[in-house]
Design a protein around this ligand. Structure first.
Ligand code: 8YV
Length: 310
């Protein structure tokens, strides 16, 4: 019997092809009249594949009575209603570990880029402005104090990369009893940091955690880096802090309402942007695709499902 699944967003060819080889794939993002489609085919859908950045709206899960698995290509499961999934015995899977290094590498790149204006320097050379004047001086990175908000797999990988550059401290729900200085209060961590890096999962205790108080504690020489989820930072407070120069700058891979980045934020010269590319390398996306397919294969074969969070 053909298994029907709903693909929530576009993926790289190795995942798209793998899904098509196995299933009858409906591409949600290409369906115009979704209401009519749900009435006609909704009851046939047994699986959803989605990105961690998108998840699945609860209202959609509620329209799919035969749904048995939501396979997330991503580590974050903050945009899937786990409580509803648990109640309906829907398995939810993710792709941890394989993306950790890429996200940590990108974080290092964003920090260097912020202190040394790499993106602006690139434009400067391309636009032929170098002959007119040398590029303005940047800020020295080595010796800065780094503060990690979150110390899971990704936080630890970032800490390992930053340790040779400057002292690293962290805030997490519990003291991990490692070599690094621990702060139970994110405001105190910010006070003791030149660069505050958001590397925690989004959950009820972290959404909106970085607001005015933390940003003001970071202070006018401080830089905020977010590679986790836009929802953890109160975006309008961040914009206000940057505009009013209550912090020095930011480096952002994630945003509150992706792919929309507010004009007020895009206009700021003291911010470095990447378009949510933390895990976006060929190698890692291929590994993530393998994990997604392994979870789906196991579920539909009735064997233990790897990487299940529910
Ligand atoms: C990706 C992510 O953007 O892992 C996550 O939670 O947000 C990123 O890896 C996304 O999941 C791509 O599908």
């Amino acid at each position: 019997m053909t298994i029907e699944i709903l693909q929530f967003n576009a993926f790289a060819p190795f995942l798209e092809n793998g899904l098509r080889d196995r299933f009858l794939v409906h591409r949600w993002f290409e369906i115009d009249d979704r209401e009519a489609w749900l009435n006609g085919r909704g009851s046939a859908v047994r699986g959803i594949v989605t990105g961690g950045n998108l998840g699945v709206p609860t209202a959609l899960i509620e329209r799919l009575p035969a749904l048995g698995i939501i396979a997330i290509s991503g580590v974050g499961f903050d945009k899937v209603d786990l409580e509803l999934a648990g109640r309906r015995s829907i398995r939810v899977t993710n792709t941890p570990d394989v993306l950790t290094d890429d996200v940590a590498d990108l974080t290092l790149g964003l920090i260097v880029s912020q202190f040394r204006s790499l993106a602006a320097c690139d434009r400067y050379v391309r636009e032929g402005r170098w002959p007119a004047a040398p590029y303005p001086l940047g800020r020295k990175l080595t010796g800065r104090r780094f503060g990690l908000v979150g110390f899971g797999r990704i936080g630890a990988a970032i800490a390992a990369r930053l340790a040779p550059i400057g002292p690293v401290a962290y805030h997490a729900t519990a003291d991990k009893r490692n070599q690094l200085r621990y702060f139970s209060d994110p405001v105190q961590l910010a006070q003791h940091s030149d660069v505050l890096i958001v590397a925690t999962s989004a959950n009820p205790s972290t959404v909106g955690l970085i607001g005015r108080e933390v940003l003001d504690a970071l202070g006018p020489a401080g830089v905020l880096v977010n590679i986790a989820r836009g929802s953890i930072v109160i975006e309008k407070e961040l914009i206000a802090a940057l505009v009013e120069k209550r912090i020095a700058g930011a480096a952002l891979d994630v945003f509150a309402d992706e792919p929309t980045v507010p004009e007020a934020l895009r206009a700021l010269p003291n911010v470095v942007f990447t378009p949510h590319i933390g895990s976006a390398t060929h190698e890692t996306r291929e590994n993530m695709a393998r994990m997604v397919m392994a979870s789906l294969d196991a579920y539909f074969a009735g064997t233990p499902v790897p990487n299940a969070v529910v």
